[in-house]
Design a protein around this ligand. Structure first.
Ligand code: ZN
Length: 350
């Protein structure tokens, strides 16, 4: 089959192209619970750029380059192509979305539904992913899609959507009418989080972004207030929130100074949700003690949360802005994402 393959890390992102479009062996069923999915769409994610840069290397590839060559792509949806002998609930041709973590299902984290913290692998990060014509996964990872949803239209939900959903859902459990949620970065994840907040709570939604296209998308997604990040965004949020800051700040950037600003926008006893990543958070411990601010990490989400998100999508409460690229054009799509030229989410279609 054809795939887009990473052969070398590029720390400075200065190479002309990062991936090579080439022939690779077809995936094979090796366990009874394995399922081969014919890829209908693979979301293009900033995490792919971070993998290329080597940000994940200490976690996923501590020996050096032992993971390479690697097929990227962790946001996958498609159709069941072949099932292992123990798979009962799925058959060839079923449309499915793929949960990003392959877990064995038997460790305590998995039994609690927290597969992302269980034993296993993240295809596209530590094993071959979906920038290809097919991918091998496990029955436990798959959610059959409602008829209303097409694989290439929903693929980015499996990571971008799921991560945004999980962070926004955590916030909605605390947010009350009269309170505020700030979304920093209304790109691929942020625009989903805005819709989840809209669908699941009544807090006023403030969106901060440097990019006019993203702010326009935020407005279409239901934001109440738009703030152009031009250096005065902390003051603008404080002014909208009567000087206190927001009860929830969801940071989908996590670099270029947003962590400091995001914490400054967070009200005392409020929560700052880290979703985007890249820089270190520096905060005096005494400030955390005095302010009682919470800093909360977010790692994808559970199978059940992906199911919940598909229900929101099926009902039209969350819509994904996608732009389709041919699998051949993966480098082009990654470059466009890197340069901030994609409104919503790019999807590679084989
Ligand atoms: Zn992703």
């Amino acid at each position: 089959m054809k795939a887009q393959v990473l052969h070398a890390y590029d720390e400075d992102l200065t190479a002309d192209t990062w991936l090579t479009y080439e022939d690779v062996p077809d995936p094979v069923i090796s366990k009874g619970s394995d399922v081969i999915v014919r890829v209908g769409g693979a979301g293009v994610c900033r995490t792919d750029i971070h993998v290329i840069e080597g940000v994940w290397r200490p976690h996923m590839d501590p020996q050096g380059d032992s993971l390479l060559p690697l097929i990227l792509g962790h946001e996958n949806a498609g159709w069941v192509e072949e099932v292992g002998p123990n798979v009962e609930g799925l058959k060839k041709g079923d449309p499915v979305i793929v949960h990003p973590k392959i877990s064995n299902g038997t460790c305590v984290a998995c039994r609690r539904g927290q597969d992302m913290h269980g034993e296993g692998s993240f295809p596209g990060l530590d094993s071959h992913g979906g920038y290809a014509e097919a991918i091998v996964t496990s029955e436990r990872n798959l959610i059959a899609l409602p008829k209303s949803l097409q694989p290439k239209e929903v693929a980015p939900y499996s990571d971008a959507g799921l991560t945004a959903y999980r962070a926004a859902k955590k916030a909605t459990r605390h947010l009350l009418p009269g309170q505020y949620a700030v979304v920093i970065g209304a790109g691929g994840l942020g625009h989903i989080a805005i819709q989840v907040l809209r669908a699941m709570c009544a807090a006023e939604i403030i969106v901060v972004d440097t990019n006019d296209n993203s702010l326009q998308l935020a407005q279409e997604c239901g934001a109440d207030h738009l703030i152009k990040a031009d250096g005065g965004e902390v003051d603008a949020v404080l002014s909208l929130t009567h000087g206190h800051g927001a009860e929830a700040v969801l940071d989908f950037v996590g670099e270029r100074g947003t962590t400091h600003k995001g914490l400054a926008m967070t009200r005392n006893a409020g929560s700052y949700y880290v979703v985007g990543y890249g820089e270190d958070i520096k905060v005096p411990t005494v400030d955390l003690v005095i302010s009682e601010k919470n800093i909360i990490g977010n790692l994808v989400g559970t199978w059940a949360e992906l199911y919940e998100l598909m229900e929101l999508a099926h009902r039209g409460l969350v819509q994904l802005e996608t732009h389709e690229y041919s699998l051949k054009d993966a480098n082009f799509a990654l470059r466009a994402l890197h340069e901030g030229k994609i409104k919503g989410r790019a999807v590679l279609v084989p």
